[in-house]
Design a protein around this ligand. Structure first.
Ligand code: AMP
Length: 113
């Protein structure tokens, strides 16, 4: 797998590309994955232009932590009793979209991403 040339998620955040939104605040947008691997598959995306989780620092660690808080809120909104959280980090970690995102999959996920 290789990184896509374009940051599709930046285009979703700017409104250039539509999405099926589940949650939004000033820092984070969450929307349904276009090719779901489970009944519920939501992507939780920081609005800041961060490419991979390797960019976590002491300065932005709160934002990374907030991804988990939003995951909990999304799970509550979708009434999920259990779910999987996964993040692909870098091309060799299976990441395709070059913008940090946390996958939330309901418990009927098909496979580990
Ligand atoms: P990753 O392999 O971790 O980079 O995951 C990227 C995810 O983004 C995949 O599960 C794709 O199905 C999903 N995806 C790609 N384009 C879109 C889009 N326009 N709207 C929603 N999800 C998308």
């Amino acid at each position: 797998m290789t990184f896509l040339d374009t940051d599709i998620f930046a285009k979703i955040i700017s409104g250039e590309i539509p999405c099926d939104k589940v949650f939004e605040n000033d820092r984070i947008l969450a929307f349904h994955d276009i090719q779901p691997k489970a009944k519920h598959h939501v992507l939780i995306v920081p609005k800041a232009n961060l490419i991979t989780a390797q960019e976590v620092t002491k300065e932005n660690q709160e934002l990374f932590g907030e991804l988990f808080l939003v995951a909990k809120q999304v799970a509550e909104k979708l009434n999920l009793s259990g779910y999987k959280l996964a993040m692909n980090v870098g091309e060799d970690g299976g990441q395709v979209v070059p913008h940090v995102h946390l996958h939330l999959l309901s418990s009927d996920y098909k496979s580990i991403l």
